[in-house]
Design a protein around this ligand. Structure first.
Ligand code: ADP
Ligand code: MG
Length: 252
C-alpha cells in the first residue's frame, strides 16, 4: 500500500516539470512580448491556458502535500526558525504578491524581514532568541504546515495576518491568524476533512481542493502535536499548531 502511494506520488511529482514549462512559456509569451505582439484573441486564449496550468499546478502541489503527509516518514534534525520562515514566506507570496516575495529572498536578518512584511499586511511575531534557537523538528513537515496555513490566511485575509512563533511549556507553538470572514463553529471539524471546502475562487481564480488542512492535520498528529482552531463568522481565523519538544532539546 505504502509502495503504491509512493509510486503515485512520483507520478504527481513528475507532472510538475511539464506544467512548469507550460506556465513559464505562456507567461513569457504574455509578458515579455519579445516574441512579437499578440492579437486580443490570442492573448485571451493564452490567458486561459495560463490560468488552467496554474490550477493544475495547485492540484499537483496539494496531492503531493497530502501524499507526503501520509507517508509517515519523520526526519527530525536541529533546525533554526531563521532558516525556514523566509523560504516559506517567499514561496507562499510568490503568486499573490510577487514584489514582496522577491524582496524576502534578499532579506538578511529578522529586523529587516519584520520591517518589509507589513507591506503585505503580515506581522511576524517572534523573539530574536527563538529566531536563532535550534529546534528539533522535521524541517520538511514544519515547512508544509506553515506554508498551508499561510496560504489559506493569504487567501482569506481582509487586511492583516499575524504569524507568531514561540516556545511555551516545552512546546513549539506556531499560530497563523487572519482577519478574514472566519469559519463558523459548525465547520470547525469539517474543514479538516479531505476535499471539504466552503469556498469560492480566490482573486487569481485559483481553486484549492480541500486537501491542505487535511494534510496539515495528519502531519501535526503524526509529530504528536495538536492543531487548534479559534474562529467564528466575521471574526477571522486563528490556527494554532502546538508541537511537543523532545527532552534532549532542553539539555544542551
Ligand atoms: N484562514 C481561513 N479563513 C477562512 N476559511 C478558511 C481558512 N482556512 C481554510 N478555510 C476553509 O477551510 C476549507 C479547507 O481548507 P483547505 O483544506 O486548505 O482547502 P483549500 O484551501 O484547498 O480550499 C477552505 O475551503 C476554506 O473554506
Ligand atoms: Mg488551502
Amino acid at each position: 500500500m505504502l509502495e503504491k502511494r509512493l509510486k503515485l506520488n512520483l507520478l504527481f511529482h513528475d507532472l510538475k516539470s511539464p506544467l512548469a514549462v507550460v506556465e513559464t512559456g505562456v507567461t513569457s509569451l504574455l509578458n515579455r512580448r519579445r516574441y512579437g505582439s499578440l492579437s486580443e484573441k490570442q492573448e485571451k486564449v493564452l490567458g486561459r491556458i495560463l490560468r488552467n496550468a496554474r490550477v493544475a499546478q495547485v492540484l499537483v502541489n496539494d496531492l503531493l502535500e497530502l501524499g507526503c503527509a501520509q507517508k509517515g516518514i519523520i526526519r527530525e534534525s536541529p533546525i533554526k526558525i531563521s532558516s525556514i520562515i523566509p523560504e516559506v514566506l517567499w514561496q507562499v507570496l510568490d503568486l499573490t504578491n510577487h514584489n514582496l516575495s522577491t524582496k524576502i529572498k534578499d532579506v538578511l536578518d529578522l529586523t529587516q524581514l519584520q520591517s518589509i512584511l507589513p507591506e503585505g499586511g503580515i506581522t511576524l511575531s517572534i523573539s530574536p532568541e527563538i529566531w536563532e534557537k535550534e529546534f528539533y523538528l522535521d524541517e520538511r513537515k514544519i515547512k508544509q504546515i506553515i506554508r498551508n496555513l499561510m496560504s489559506n490566511a493569504l487567501k482569506h485575509m481582509k487586511n492583516s495576518i499575524e504569524l507568531t512563533i514561540k516556545e511555551k511549556d516545552n512546546c513549539f507553538i506556531c499560530s497563523v491568524q487572519d482577519d478574514g470572514k472566519g469559519i463558523s463553529p459548525k465547520y470547525h471539524k469539517k474543514i479538516f476533512e479531505a476535499y471539504f471546502q466552503m469556498d469560492d475562487l480566490d482573486e487569481n481564480n485559483l481553486r484549492g481542493h480541500g486537501l491542505g488542512l487535511a494534510g496539515v492535520l495528519i502531519l501535526v498528529e503524526e509529530i504528536g502535536g495538536e492543531l487548534l482552531l479559534e474562529s467564528d463568522v466575521a471574526k477571522g481565523a486563528k490556527f494554532i499548531v502546538r508541537l511537543p519538544m523532545p527532552e534532549k532539546l532542553n539539555e544542551g
